[in-house]
Write a protein that binds this ligand. Structure first.
Ligand SMILES: [Zn+2]
Length: 595
């Protein structure tokens, strides 16, 4: 396979790739957004339902018309930041995009006012396609402050909470750490130190964690001040906004309700034993009496060193999806054939992987640096799962219904990874191969469903500590962290003492308007594992149900959608199905040990 076939073809996004033409398109987009503003600003309250519909459709059309040009700029830059033209286009697109956002911001505010006067508007048959969009605005509106107050909140955050966030991020990106590697002293930035956590050398892993967290711990006074200020600020702002609970803001933002999240987290708490069972099995696969925190995400020592060519990767991924559904595998083939995937490794390319939907093309583009390892195969399956999600909702929904909430956003992607795991397991010839596949998915599941839950439990404890008038110094926050962490892992993991400072490195604790950011990760894992369990129970009958969930985009709340398909996310019984599926994988792994 040539290099060219591993690089994406972005020319399909635009009529003409001439930078001057694209710049012109961006200007045209801003002008159209301003026209929209002139036409509707100050008038939304007086519009008839038919005209409201017209307004929604005009806005959606505007998105579809210019989406390709904006996407072209962003994607070209992410594929190669050293490309001077891409850099210019990226800047221009960012600026234009922000201008459009500002020009259109009035609409939701005016809709909010209209909806508080006429709450029944959400039931208007003419606006049926926009029903849930309106419902979401209705849910937010009672917590909005006056325009002046909202502006003050933005100003206060800019030099308040956001300054803490910047401080934490600057700390991580500017500090260096001294560490000995193969007999040589090295001075490494944080990003490189993190890279050592998953390496094969156990002693180096231990020293990497020790060095990073020792240093973070030395500045505990900064992190504690920051966390205290962020939590206090959230409590005060929640009072002003009349949120009944510190978690309410996040529930509204994620389009979920408290009952579902309570059930989810209860199920996690009740099933820590299953996770600990996996940790014990992983310890014996690593020939250790017990795991330490620096073994948690380490590769299995006997994992096969298998490499995959791009061609082999393509074949395996298509086959994995084909077992599930032919329409889906045809779309996967199309992603490869039309070169919507950038897998090539090159200088200046964005790190990590992502998938970006292309609504107007009813398709998507994805990027990763393909390093030929099994992990890269899983990344490919994951991002293509996002692409399939986009293929389905772009066909079924207006752009206003394509704002996928974070609890649902990973449904296609994690499901795709499970399909790949199933396919690879069916082909695996040795038990080491099987163990590597199962450990890969269970490490990910355990990390996102269980380890991440510790952050949720700690956050909850911090708010009740403050409510009880307790002062949160560094050692006190660390105590809450250790308690939350141990609730999850019990005594299945030995932690280095310095790991009590683990909470200090999570950026989200320092971000403005980002409280209770973690449970969507837990939700996503358990939701997909539960769906996969249903697939195993119901077989082909389940396929259209998953497609319906993905095709719904954001046109329905997760609760409503699930109810339509016959399951109840507010019940613990549903979430328990997810655990049951994980237990099934754990048992298969356990059996390989006695093969
Ligand atoms: Zn993803």
């Amino acid at each position: 396979m040539t290099e060219e076939e591993m690089a994406w073809d972005l020319s399909q996004l635009v009529e003409n790739t001439d930078p001057a033409f694209i710049q012109k398109q961006l200007k045209h987009m801003v002008a159209e957004a301003e026209k929209f503003r002139e036409k509707y600003r100050g008038n939304i309250g007086d519009l008839k339902v038919e005209n409201l519909l017209e307004m929604f459709e005009a806005r959606d059309d505007l998105i579809l018309q210019f989406e390709g040009a904006v996407k072209y700029c962003f994607l070209r830059y992410s594929a190669n930041s050293t490309d001077a033209v891409a850099k210019q286009l990226n800047e221009a697109a960012r600026k234009s995009y922000a201008q459009v956002g500002q020009a259109m911001a009035f609409a939701d505010i005016e809709l909010g006012k209209l909806l508080s006067d006429k709450p029944l508007l959400t039931d208007e048959p003419v606006l049926a396609e926009y029903k849930h969009y309106l419902e979401k605005i209705s849910r937010r509106t009672p917590h909005m402050l006056s325009e002046t107050e909202e502006r003050l909140v933005i100003l206060k955050d800019k030099n308040g909470i956001s300054a803490w966030e910047m401080l934490q991020s600057d700390w991580l990106s500017t500090r260096t750490f001294d560490i000995e590697i193969e007999g040589q002293m090295k001075t490494l930035p944080y990003g490189k130190m993190v890279g050592l956590y998953q390496g094969p050398n156990r002693d180096l892993r231990r020293r990497a964690y020790q060095t990073v967290y020792e240093n973070l711990g030395k500045d505990e006074i900064i992190w504690a001040s920051a966390v205290r200020a962020v939590c206090e600020d959230h409590i005060q702002t929640s009072k002003l906004r009349k949120y009944p609970d510190p978690i309410t803001q996040s529930l509204i933002a994620n389009d979920v309700d408290k009952q579902a999240i309570d059930s989810l987290m209860n199920v996690i708490e009740k099933n820590v034993g299953s996770y600990q069972r996996y940790l014990t099995i992983k310890a014996s696969l690593m020939d250790l009496p017990k795991l330490t925190n620096y073994d948690l995400y380490a590769p299995l020592p006997k994992a096969p060193d298998k490499e995959y060519s791009w061609k082999e990767a393509t074949r395996e991924i298509v086959a994995a999806y084909e077992n599930f559904d032919r329409q889906i595998s045809a779309w996967i083939r199309e992603m490869f054939a039309k070169r919507h995937i950038d897998g090539e490794i090159r200088k200046g390319k964005a790190s990590g992987a992502f998938c970006s939907s292309w609504l107007a093309g009813k398709s998507a583009y994805m990027l990763q640096s393909f390093n030929r390892r099994m992990g890269d195969l899983f990344t490919l399956a994951h991002e293509l799962g996002h692409a399939i999600h986009a293929y389905l909702y772009a066909r079924a929904q207006k752009p206003s219904n394509c704002h996928i909430g974070s609890c649902i956003a990973e449904t296609g992607s994690i499901f795709g990874e499970l399909l790949l795991a199933e396919h690879l397991l069916s082909k695996a010839k040795t038990r080491e191969e099987k163990q590597a596949i199962l450990a890969h998915i269970l490490d990910e599941f355990g990390g996102a469903a269980f380890q991440v839950s510790a952050r949720f439990f700690m956050e909850k404890e911090l708010y009740s500590a403050i409510a009880q008038g307790k002062f949160l110094d560094g050692e006190t926050v660390a105590k809450h962290w250790v308690a939350a962490r141990d609730k999850i892992s019990g005594d299945a993991i030995d932690w280095l003492d310095v790991m009590k400072w683990e909470w200090t490195k999570s950026p989200h604790y320092y971000m403005a308007n980002y409280r209770f950011y973690n449970y969507p990760y837990v939700y996503a894992q358990l939701f997909v594992y539960a769906l996969y369990r249903l697939y195993k129970e119901q077989g082909k009958e389940f396929v259209p149900k998953l497609k319906k969930i993905l095709a719904a985009g954001s046109s329905k709340s997760p609760k409503e959608l699930s109810a339509e398909l016959g399951f109840d996310i507010t019940s613990e019984e549903f979430w328990q199905k997810g655990v049951k599926q994980a237990e099934n994988f754990i048992s298969i792994l356990d059996e390989t040990m006695s093969d």
